[in-house]
Ligand binder design. Structure first.
Ligand code: ADP
Ligand code: MG
Length: 211
């Protein structure tokens, strides 16, 4: 059995997790974290509630270059609610660290306030497809230095009809980025998207009842 230590997660994050009562990695975390820390692309399938957020978030935090004032990780979620949840989980971890900055950008928030906050150089952006592209189009979100792109709830994303937006986001990111896709189910459309854009991905699959 792995621990967060044996998965090479830093003490800083382990302590923050412990404060939230999180002591052991879930199976999806155990399987995904090593490959993500290696910089591999990954497609992960696991039911809701299995801990997929930390599975991609911890490797992102480990790989952030705090000296660099660029957007390094982009997490795309299908709905405001999901984007907000991921942002909350991120902020819970980076609170009081100072060097780490994350920002949620989704529709319904004041766009000019977001632009102001984007100017504070967050390294991690969490958002919904439309608002992310809005900022890319305005030139207020620069994805040219992106290292990791996460597509959360890929099945929901395609079901809503976000494929064109997803492809535009992929186009705005560098070719040489880590690409991570998470999904509760694996319909053909999700497999096709993965086949088109992931490079030699690690495939991780976890059955229900993992926590
Ligand atoms: P998913 O994205 O797979 O639906 P989440 O990442 O939202 O699941 O996690 C579901 C819940 O489990 C959250 O409340 C989260 O804080 C908690 N959780 C995540 N990882 C662990 C862990 N290793 N141990 C205990 N609880 C965890
Ligand atoms: Mg999730």
């Amino acid at each position: 059995m792995s621990t967060f230590e044996t998965l090479h997660i830093s003490d800083l994050w382990i302590k923050k997790l412990q404060k939230q009562g999180i002591k052991e990695p879930t199976p999806i975390q155990e399987q995904a974290i090593p490959s993500l820390l290696d910089g591999r692309d990954l497609i992960g399938q696991a039911q809701t509630g299995t801990g997929k957020t930390l599975a991609f978030l911890l490797p992102i935090l480990e790989q952030i270059d705090v000296e660099s004032q660029t957007v390094q990780a982009l997490i795309v979620a299908p709905t405001r609610e999901l984007a907000r949840q991921i942002a909350d989980e991120t902020h819970k971890l980076i609170r009081n660290t100072e060097q780490y900055r994350a920002l949620a950008v989704y529709g319904g928030q004041d766009v000019f306030k977001q632009i102001q906050r984007l100017g504070r150089m967050p390294q991690i952006i969490i958002g919904t497809p439309g608002r992310i592209l809005d900022h890319v189009g305005r030139g207020t979100l620069d994805l040219s230095e992106l290292r990791t792109l996460v597509l959360d709830e890929a099945d929901q994303m395609l079901q809503i009809g976000f494929l064109p937006e997803i492809e535009d986001i992929i186009e705005a990111a560098p070719v040489d980025r880590q690409f991570v896709m998470l999904s509760a189910t694996m319909p053909p459309k999700v497999e096709e998207l993965a086949k088109t854009y992931l490079r030699n991905p690690v495939e991780v699959q976890v059955e229900a009842e993992s926590i």
